[in-house]
Design a binder for this molecule. Structure first.
Ligand code: ADP
Ligand code: MG
Length: 254
């Protein structure tokens, strides 16, 4: 493949995330069944579906955090393992141990360790970067605060700052707006809007169906099976909502 000159756009347009025939089974029942997806670049993408639909599992499967039973995931045409630096993950808030004795600045800085190459120790450069990203999410006054003492919204913003510091092209976020205050929601959305304008791809598990058409370009509707994926206007339909939320989805084993 030809090297791209800096500033030159990649015209081959590989999908940021391509998922083929993906199934994930934790015990006996599949959590995801035969999912085919192509995420478009530079869009705000919502993943919606009821509790237990496999939304978090899908995000984790992209990063190899859960064992894949069948299928394949590619990030810009390659396995995730060789593309880690292009992807940042904001986990669901409930899955994080907030009693862990560490302050906001450390949480952001720790997100950079894997990316430092031979110089694995934090240094003044990573510290500055972490401070700058905390300022972007409005937490410049809270750098030394223990994470357990921050409000839910502030904790969420710390994790957004951590993702920003990693300077990825793809943001995978698991319900970052769930249960946060209005300031946090506005701050996160305005940051994401800027990132999208710069061509980044944002994939977000989203619980609030009322705001899907307002915030997102694209929707993935999931209930173990894929119900639909595409532009909001085409896919976020009453029919698909019924299929996603009301009808009990049967996993076809045929
Ligand atoms: P969602 O995020 O849409 O609520 P999840 O992806 O968390 O759904 O879970 C999908 C299904 O997989 C659920 O039935 C859940 O109980 C099950 N599940 C999720 N994680 C695990 C796990 N680590 N071990 C066993 N079952 C799991
Ligand atoms: Mg979930």
């Amino acid at each position: 493949m030809m090297e791209l000159k800096s500033g030159q756009k990649d015209l081959t347009k590989t999908s940021p995330i391509e998922i083929k025939n993906l199934s994930v089974t934790y015990r006996t029942e599949p959590a995801l069944w035969n999912i085919d997806l192509n995420f478009p670049e530079g869009k705000m993408i919502a993943i919606v579906g009821p509790n237990g639909a496999g939304k978090s599992t899908l995000i984790k499967a992209i990063m190899g955090l859960v064992p894949i039973t069948a299928g394949k995931v590619s990030v810009y045409g390659k396995p995730y393992s060789s593309q880690r630096r292009k992807v940042a993950y904001v986990p669901q808030r409930g899955s994080v141990d907030w009693d862990f004795p560490t302050d906001a600045l450390d949480v952001v800085e720790m997100g950079l360790y894997g990316r430092l190459g031979w110089l694995r120790r934090p240094n003044s450069q990573t510290r500055d970067k972490a401070r700058e990203c905390l300022a972007k999410v409005g937490l410049e006054e809270y750098t030394d605060r223990q994470i357990g003492q921050l409000s839910g919204g502030q904790q969420q913003r710390v994790f957004v700052a951590r993702a920003l510091a990693q300077d990825p092209q793809i943001y995978l976020m698991d319900e970052p707006l769930n249960g946060v205050d209005a300031i946090t929601e506005e701050t996160i959305l305005s940051i994401l809007e800027d990132l999208r304008k710069e061509g980044n791809t944002i994939v977000m598990v989203h619980h609030d169906l009322q705001t899907v058409d307002k915030y997102f370009d694209w929707v993935v509707m999931l209930n173990r099976n894929l119900v639909g994926s595409g532009p909001i206007k085409e896919v976020f339909t009453k029919d698909n909502l019924d299929k996603t939320y009301r009808e009990k989805q049967r996993v076809s084993l045929g």
